[in-house]
Design a protein around this ligand. Structure first.
Ligand SMILES: [Zn+2]
Length: 146
């Protein structure tokens, strides 16, 4: 059952949809999707896309990346609290991990708003979070992406 859920989760990611599961009994939200509720133990879970809004609490440079991600090293790895509740550890974009001082300085500015996106890495679709820049900055350098 768990394998089918993982398959569905990754198939959805390929389409740009990020799913979590919500318990039908106690409404607890789980991410990534799980077959059972960690809070009340119920097995009636409902698939729901996440809003993508989150809060970054801390990050460090990923110094022990899985082998297949080694070529992307170094990258930022941090703890994001989803708007829906769960805390998720993943790659963070939009932060500087080039040196220890920069990492420390940015961590003192936490929490930071982040937004989820699907990224293709090593042939896999993974969920990463990107730091949301302030409005003023966004306007001054608006470039059309794609
Ligand atoms: Zn529950």
């Amino acid at each position: 059952m768990m394998e089918r859920m993982i398959e569905k989760f990754y198939k959805s990611l390929a389409k740009g949809k990020i799913y979590g599961t919500k318990c039908k009994k106690c409404k607890e939200f789980t991410f990534p999707p799980k077959a059972g509720c960690k809070k009340c133990g119920a097995h009636k879970m409902e698939w729901k896309t996440i809003s993508g809004d989150g809060t970054l609490h801390f990050f460090s440079s990923g110094n022990l990346p899985p082998m297949k991600f080694a070529k992307y090293h170094p990258y930022a790895y941090g703890a994001v609290e989803l708007k829906e509740g769960p805390v998720f550890f993943t790659q963070i974009e939009g932060v500087d991990v080039s040196n220890v001082e920069a990492i420390e300085e940015q961590n003192m500015q936490m929490p930071m708003p982040v937004k989820a996106k699907v990224k293709k890495m090593a042939g896999m679709n993974i969920v990463v979070f990107k730091v949301v820049k302030s409005q003023a900055k966004k306007k001054s350098k608006r470039k059309s992406k794609k």
